[in-house]
Write a protein that binds this ligand. Structure first.
Ligand code: SF4
Length: 163
């Protein structure tokens, strides 16, 4: 069977970011995987019911793992608690990955949903801390490796290692 890859919709050029923009990633590996029909795009925040545009949000009290454990919250810049939308979006991202048999994910770095290594510290200060976004944490906990758009070579090596 074709080994599919879950991808953050904004990396595919879809205007789904909080500011209505995207993070289109024009890379030969992405083009190749798209041609091969491997890419399954998802925006966890939209899947969780949030609109475009929307206020930026950051995780408070821990990273996405802590959010999923009920120990941290996701708060928008306007003060709204958007934790439940983030958790719903993370669940949908995992369901989509499972339904489409994705073997790994390529998610947008530093997003409170999609970030795989670092996220912002919750103070809207521009400072990064180690940690995962909520959807990335859900995928990783389910055994789906999550790479970001700067780790495409590593992602390709992982895909290759699956044979
Ligand atoms: Fe992109 Fe993920 Fe943010 Fe959606 S939730 S805009 S896919 S980084």
């Amino acid at each position: 069977p074709l080994r599919r890859i879950l991808v953050s919709a904004c990396l595919m050029g879809e205007n789904v970011r909080y500011d209505g923009g995207n993070l289109f990633t024009d890379h030969s590996l992405i083009r190749q995987w798209r041609r091969e029909g491997r890419l399954v795009s998802v925006c966890p925040e939209m899947a969780g019911g949030l609109p475009v545009p929307r206020p930026a949000a950051e995780t408070h009290g821990g990273d996405g793992r802590a959010v999923l454990a009920g120990q941290a919250r996701v708060i928008a810049r306007d003060g709204d608690d958007v934790t439940s939308a983030f958790v719903a979006g993370a669940d949908t991202a995992l369901e989509t990955a499972r339904d489409r048999r994705c073997v790994m994910a390529i998610m947008a770095a530093r997003s409170p949903s999609c970030g795989n290594r670092e996220i912002y510290d919750g103070r809207f200060s521009g400072r990064l801390v180690a940690g995962q976004g909520t959807a990335a944490a859900r995928l990783a906990a389910a055994g789906i490796p999550v790479f970001n758009q700067h780790e495409l070579e590593e992602a390709a090596a992982y895909l290759h290692s699956l044979g």
